[in-house]
Design a protein around this ligand. Sequence first.
Ligand code: PSV
Ligand code: MN
Length: 396
Amino acid sequence: MGVRQSEKIFDALESFRIELPSWGFANTGTRFGKFIQPAAATTTEEKFSDAGQVHLLTGVCPTVALHVLWDCPDGVRNTADIKKFADRYGVLPGSINPNLFQDQEYKFGSFGNPDLAIRQRALQHTKDSIELARRLHSRDVSMWFADGSNYPGTANIRQRKQWFTEALKESHQALSPGQRLLVEYKPFEPAFYHTDIADWGMSLLLSRAAGPQARVLVDTGHHYAAQNIEQIVAWLLSEDMLGGFHFNDRRYADDDLTIGSIDPYQVFRIFHEIRHFEWETGKQADIAYMVDQSHNLKGKIEAMIQTVTVAQELFSKAALVDGRELATAQKDCDLVRAESLLQDAFATDVRPVIQEWRGSKGLPKNPMEAFRQSGYLERITKDRAARNSRNISSYA
Ligand code: PSV
Ligand code: MN
């Protein structure tokens, strides 16, 4: 590989950071059951410790996303613990995720619930989460709603849209100047007839209505199988409305598989749209790259290391597409040349240069190998196995 190409990869890696989800280190399952892992994290401290380990070895995951009910059950009353864990394990709190789907009250929705008292409760939890984010110096509050209905005729879709608009506007008013509200969409699950924020267009309209600090959050798993996600990304970029990603891969629906495990070319194409936008505008897009994966079968920390290294590879490959040459080929309608620029970049083995970059940062060249040799997994397995096996017997 030429010097110029290596430089492009180095530049790209300098700007690439990816946030890990606390819930990716905990025992999670499918609706059919859980397979408990002896090394899984059960406390917030353990989640920080595991995320800290991934950051230590990769150097590019300085923040961890927190889910308010699961990680901060005391809410704003106790931020001291979170700050202590952040200090101890070297990773900062990242995006804050209110939980508007787990409590019994939300059986028929949160912001879209026909009961005013429940809508107000959901709004209060959102405002509390914004306050929590402020105290933890987190910029982004990520809103995901399970709201929807399972049967035709059972929900007033337009009325619920109105309630969503009002509640998001009011949530937005609670933001401090530097904060952002990210609005995630999902076509189905858990609702199977209609979901209140089903696609990027709905998310875009609601974000616009909410206020200038709201942006759309694209979870790659939240699309129908044939959907062109990179086109959605390009449109959101051109509207200055792309706030961030929840990365994961899927074969069928929201399968939460490791990024790039099924379709790495799609992730490459998403990164390409972003890089090309940045090349054309000359400015770095303000996008929060986050992982949203829960691994049932793979070891959780290894799956996260794999995710981060694959994300770096695909981002580096996208950085190799020459913006000027591509623009010329597109202008000349030279289809084969234009397409080949993407294909050649995708086919390039960027791993040796990424290893060099890691070496230049004093990081292990092969984070997975380093993790396997570190003894960390053996240590936490010993420390946590007893507690996790008790969880198996309590899991009905
Ligand atoms: C929902 O499927 C989702 O993608 C949302 O981002 C949640 O916060 C996350 O998964 C964890 O359940
Ligand atoms: Mn998500």
